[in-house]
Design a protein around this ligand. Structure first.
Ligand code: 13P
Length: 257
């Protein structure tokens, strides 16, 4: 059985002082969670949040990385730098980066390889825009993004990553995909994994849903068989809401200690 994974993408929010306050609330409310829990603060708060997370079951993730390990790349942050800070996960290919920062499938692929090389678990985001969905191009777009990111990887490498299905129209809009829409797209992604890397890998890889997940809709989404977790934006900035989502994941999958 796949262990659910709930990740909070804090996006470009919170000073390090505010981030520490949030993580302290989470530590108090998420005592020994039975699912994997990850928080992804902005780069500037990673060190401060990391110092709060030692000996806790909350893991640290970053929101992006650069593929080269070091060098003359002003403004960039590399995988070994993130690993050094205690990051275990890294979001890659978020639609906000694809839309506003020129992230292409090729760049996503390079970042993914760099993350794996340095022991970070990539959370690779894919998802269609509203226009693409309305033109019945959801599967085509998701296929291109998954294959563009993962081509050439070994079964072992693919088995080590997390995918996040985040339909662009559901991000920050308050309009989440219905559980049936999420399930349909995520079952499709799992079929792509099966076709490319075999059934055992496809069965092992966790696929998160992201897009307006909140305390009220999380349970129903997470009850879908191919929804193995959530990548949470806005609601992850609220300790109570994020805790409720983590608890919904445990309930949906009946995870026991
Ligand atoms: P919201 O939960 O705010 O819709 O954001 C989702 C997201 O982009 C997570 O990566």
């Amino acid at each position: 059985m796949r262990r659910p994974v709930i990740a909070g993408n804090w996006k470009c929010n919170l000073t390090s002082r505010e981030a520490v306050a949030l993580v302290q609330q989470l530590k108090a409310s998420l005592d020994r969670p039975t699912v994997d829990v990850v928080v992804c603060p902005p780069f500037t708060a990673l060190a401060a949040v990391a110092s709060q997370l030692t000996n806790t079951s909350i893991a640290l993730g970053a929101q992006d990385l650069f593929w080269e390990p070091q060098g003359a790349f002003t403004g960039e942050v590399s995988a070994p730098m993130l690993a050094d800070l205690g990051c275990r996960y890294c979001i890659i290919g978020h639609s906000e980066r694809r839309q506003s920062f020129g992230e292409t499938d090729d760049r996503v692929h390079k970042k993914l390889r760099a993350a794996l090389q340095h022991g970070l678990t990539p959370i690779v985001c894919v998802g269609e825009t509203l226009k693409e969905r309305e033109a019945n191009r959801t599967f085509e777009v998701v296929r291109r993004q998954v294959q563009g990111a993962l081509h050439g990887l070994s079964a072992k490498e693919v088995g080590a990553l997390i995918l996040a299905y985040e339909p662009v129209w559901a991000i920050g809009t308050g309009r989440n995909a219905t559980p049936a829409q999420a399930q349909e797209a995520q079952a499709f992604i799992r079929r792509l994994l099966k076709d490319g890397w075999g059934a055992p890998v496809a069965e092992a890889v966790r696929i998160q849903y992201g897009g307006s997940v909140n305390a009220s809709n999380a349970l129903e989404l997470l009850q879908q068989p191919d929804v193995d977790g959530a990548l949470v934006g806005g609601a992850s900035l609220n300790a109570e809401a994020f805790t409720a989502i983590v608890k919904s994941a445990a309930e949906a999958k009946l995870v026991t200690r």
